[in-house]
Design a protein around this ligand. Structure first.
Ligand code: BGC
Length: 701
């Protein structure tokens, strides 16, 4: 279909008030329901969101859709929701999905999520969250794909393809939904890790670190983009011409529309950027905002501003055309809105179960395994389990989950009891450590299921202390001091510093809030039925004092050891980006490039030999990094440019290949041009960002 022509035809039949209605996303609650139904019937809203659980009004969303169909234009209203990492079936939080280093798998997961959401009439999700984050104090680090631009870009496109389909026409299918990559741009760089705070980002970092994931998402076809709550370089992002119009629409080529974050138009007053509500609307619309989320200020002031000539009709038409084209791509006129499901009756399908367990397995990173404490030895006769996650269900869902069904989750203790039927598993429901320890003196091995409650991460949940929540370190240490062999499982929404407990434990399995399949995947890993599949998508600091600490810094520590050190502690991370152990060992050797010299528009093929040198089969995540040795703008000492997950039997080896071309070798210069500069490049391949072998090649003009 010629969406542009069809959208214009609709636009030409609309009044100014109806056009403005399309630019408003309304908030529906149980309290304002009737009022909103009437407003939608009058064409006052183009979209809506709700956090309400309308379980007593199962056909509510169909009714709302019907109301929009009864409006004079009959343009269907778009229902958007935060289905961030799962609807009924919940998958790992962003960090956990990223730990899988597996975009092909992530695409399947997001496709599954789209299907579940669209079955209830949710045709738009405010996801994926693709803010690169280098500060674990920031609670929303949980939602994104970590600190790396390349990994986040691959995950961003996978999410968009999964939700919308790869073929642009696929978005019209009933089971596909519109993606909304967010929060443009640089939200992860907020000062002090304080949510929605100011971010100061140089042009060079903005374009080369924060922009590429959004560019990848837009190239993958994302039909909408959400701007952030924060301000950067002196402007609130939701009111900046450079950010909204230049970066998203001109550079990114967004054909769809930009939606603000919740209430950001009104925030322009708090920012002291607008004198009053009218001026706030004037600024944001003139600078490129297409849809206002829930401030209701467009409804109040936009029509008048256009009539007074403050905002050109052309700007309104542009916004509405974008919204209409997207609705046409979604085939919203023909979509069926299914009734709300009875969550109490929800059962996990086999597909949902295997997908969620596999996703959770890939979100689990084995950080330490002294004396091969894991998988659990077959000789163990008695096991003690302790810690706040022993009976957890919903806690596995993480910080941003509205509709996840937790009754299908079996607590990890029950799963372990089933899997280890010859082991006596003990647990006391309360934790007065001295009492437990003395009553369980005869048990050697303890698995401590600790970590963060979901509410400790996510929006507005910033912390300054990156250690385990109060009391957990003491419990772990007291168990170890009683001679127990402690195996630590940490379930968390950010990388936590475990420095204090490391000397006391034998193994650490680190699991980013893993969703529905979490306890089963954890139990499978502990018992050795499955491998820990994840690798760290973020650097784990030893202490908050080191922040920001990320692997792809410009300067190399070893080049200036006397300057880049701290006098009072190490400058090294506790665990580096890309790190993660397996139950076997891998050796990467024999790095080769197929050509020592390439032209700027050509590519080079890099190969390594990967051998499983351990005692069982396993999966390696082979990572490829580059360094542009001399450049006109300083480039990172190492940057990820490829990764591959390979499964090898014991003793087996395989050649793993990466291709590095313009996309991988180039960067944005100060003029905003994407260039590849001639000169030497070093390429590193290995099992994490530090454990690599390398070679080099030259790029000529
Ligand atoms: C969050 C967004 C979210 C929106 C709608 C905001 O507070 O920043 O990420 O999509 O609310 O729920």
């Amino acid at each position: 279909m010629d969406y542009e022509a069809k959208a214009r035809e609709i636009l030409n039949s609309m009044t100014l008030a109806e056009k403005i209605g399309q630019m408003c996303l309304g908030f529906i609650s149980n309290e304002n329901l009737n009022e909103m139904l009437e407003a939608i019937r009058q064409g006052k809203y183009g979209a809506y969101l709700t956090y309400a659980d309308f379980s007593d009004k199962k056909d509510m969303h169909d009714k709302i859709m019907q109301a929009s169909r009864e409006s004079r234009t009959g343009i269907p209203v778009l229902y958007g929701k935060d289905v961030i990492h799962g609807h009924f079936t919940v998958f790992p939080i962003g960090l956990g999905m990223a730990a899988g280093f597996n975009p092909e798998f992530a695409e399947k997961v997001f496709s599954f999520i789209a299907e579940e959401a669209s079955s209830e009439g949710i045709f738009w999700t405010f996801s994926p969250m693709i803010d690169v984050a280098r500060d674990p104090r920031w609670g929303r680090i949980a939602e994104g794909f970590g600190e790396d631009t390349y990994l986040t870009s691959r995950m961003a496109e996978a999410a968009v393809w999964g939700l919308q389909g790869r073929d642009p026409e696929a978005l019209g299918k009933q089971e596909k939904i519109l993606a909304c990559p967010k929060h443009f741009i640089g939200y992860g760089a907020v000062e002090g890790g304080r949510d929605a705070n100011t971010a100061e980002i140089s042009q060079h970092t903005l374009m080369n670190v924060y922009f590429p994931p959004f560019l990848a998402a837009m190239k993958a076809g994302a039909g909408s983009i959400m701007s952030g709550y924060h301000d950067i370089n002196g402007e609130p992002v939701s009111a900046s011409y450079n950010i909204l119009t230049h970066m998203i629409k001109e550079l990114g080529g967004l054909d769809g529309f930009i939606v603000s974050d919740f209430g950001t138009t009104a925030h322009l007053l708090k920012y002291r950027y607008a004198e009053d509500e009218r001026q706030a609307v004037d600024i944001t619309v003139n600078n490129g905002m297409d849809m206002d989320m829930c401030s209701s200020l467009f409804t109040k002031h936009l029509e008048k501003l256009v009539e007074e000539g403050k905002i050109p009709v052309g700007r309104i038409d542009d916004a509405v055309l974008r919204i209409l084209k997207t609705k046409l791509r979604l085939d919203l006129w023909n979509r069926k809105v299914g009734p709300l499901k009875d969550k109490g009756q929800f059962k996990l399908s086999d597909e949902a179960k295997s997908l969620s367990v596999e996703a959770a397995r890939q979100a689990s990173v084995l950080l330490m395994n002294k004396d091969s404490a894991l998988p659990l030895s077959k000789d163990i006769k008695k096991l003690y389990v302790a810690g706040p996650y022993v009976h957890a269900r919903r806690e596995y869902f993480g910080c941003w989950c509205l509709d996840g069904v937790s009754h299908v989750i079996e607590p990890v203790i029950d799963i372990l009891k089933r899997k280890l039927e010859n082991v006596e598993i003990r647990h006391l429901d309360y934790f007065m450590s001295e009492l437990i320890l003395s009553s369980e003196d005869y048990i050697d091995t303890v698995i401590y299921f600790g970590g963060e409650a979901p509410e400790r991460s996510g929006e507005r949940n910033n912390i300054t202390n990156l250690r385990l929540p109060e009391g957990q370190e003491e419990q772990i240490i007291s168990l170890a001091n009683r001679g127990k062999k402690v195996i630590l499982v940490v379930v968390a929404g950010r990388p936590l510093s475990l420095a204090r407990v490391i000397p006391y434990v034998y193994a650490i399995l680190y699991v980013f809030h893993p969703g529905t399949g979490g306890p089963e995947a954890i139990a499978q890993i502990l018992t050795g039925e499955a491998e820990p599949g994840g690798r760290m998508p973020v650097t784990v600091p030893v202490s908050e004092g080191q922040i920001p600490l990320y692997y792809n810094s410009i300067q190399v520590r070893s080049d200036r050891p006397e300057h880049l050190k701290y006098n009072d502690m190490t400058e090294k991370p506790l665990y580096c980006f890309g790190y993660g152990l397996t139950y076997t060992d891998f050796k990467v050797s024999d790095i080769k490039v197929d050509r020592n010299e390439i032209r700027k528009n050509e590519s080079v093929r890099v190969t390594v030999n990967v051998e499983n040198t351990g005692t069982r089969s396993g999966e390696a995540v082979i990572q490829c990094y580059i360094n542009d040795c001399v450049s006109s703008l300083l480039r990172p000492c190492k940057e990820l440019k490829g990764f591959k997950r390979v499964t090898l039997d014991k003793g087996e080896s395989k050649i793993v290949e990466f291709t590095l071309g313009k996309e991988e070798l180039g960067f944005f210069n100060h003029k905003g041009e994407f260039i590849v500069e001639p000169g030497s490049f070093r390429v590193f391949v290995g099992l994490d960002c530090e454990n690599t072998i390398d070679t080099c090649f030259v790029v000529t003009d």
